[in-house]
Design a protein around this ligand. Sequence first.
Ligand code: DQA
Length: 144
Amino acid sequence: MKVLVINGPNINMLGIREPAVYGSQNFQDLLKFIEQSAAEEGISVDCYQSNHEGDLVDKIQAAYGVYDGIVINPAAYTHTSVAILDALKAVAIPAVEVHISKVSEREDFRQISYAGKACVKTYAGLGFEGYRQGLLFLKEYLKK
Ligand code: DQA
């Protein structure tokens, strides 16, 4: 089982950006956590991060026929990007939406998720653990 983990803008700034919201661990810590979680579950994982909407769309398109599942934290593009939503729908690869923070308890403008409309599951507010839950969910989901 091959899973692509995609992170959007500013996730590479973890550890520096708003530690009260996103915690003190940095992006390298997140990558290590994802790789270790995937290895424990026997999942082959590739991680990708970009600050650019079109690059994220390109990566989702390129996943077609290559990956069995996608775990995606589109970050700020969650709340604005119809292009990412359309790309996820186009490839129709089962996708799980992850947010480090509890977006439901944050600003009004964060209450809409376009990408989430193409995802089979959402985890928010669990910190890094949300990515592990996303991998576990896909493992079970893809068995069916
Ligand atoms: C985020 C939540 C988004 O609202 C925000 O723009 C991010 C990160 C999260 O992981 O909690 O950049 O996706």
